[in-house]
Design a binder for this molecule. Structure first.
Ligand SMILES: [Zn+2]
Length: 73
């Protein structure tokens, strides 16, 4: 299981079980107490508690470079 705190906006994650449409990959579109994600296959959006979301994620497959261009003094 991934760390529930290690989820960032715009991450693409792979779920343990497929969506009914057959897709495994989701993009994080909202962060808060609940996490919003959009299925990359069918475009459906879901909202679920952070802990539940973390349990369903198998791994994070793509992450934008956090802090790019912001680390320079
Ligand atoms: Zn889907």
């Amino acid at each position: 299981m991934i760390d529930p705190t290690d989820i960032r906006l715009d991450d693409v994650v792979r779920m343990r079980k497929p969506h009914p449409c057959g897709g495994f990959e989701w993009r994080v579109i909202r962060l808060g107490t609940d996490i919003g994600a959009r299925c990359l296959t069918c475009g459906r959006k879901v909202l679920m508690p952070r802990s539940q979301f973390a349990r369903r994620v198998k791994k994070i497959v793509e992450r934008k470079d956090a802090g790019l261009g912001m680390s320079n003094p």
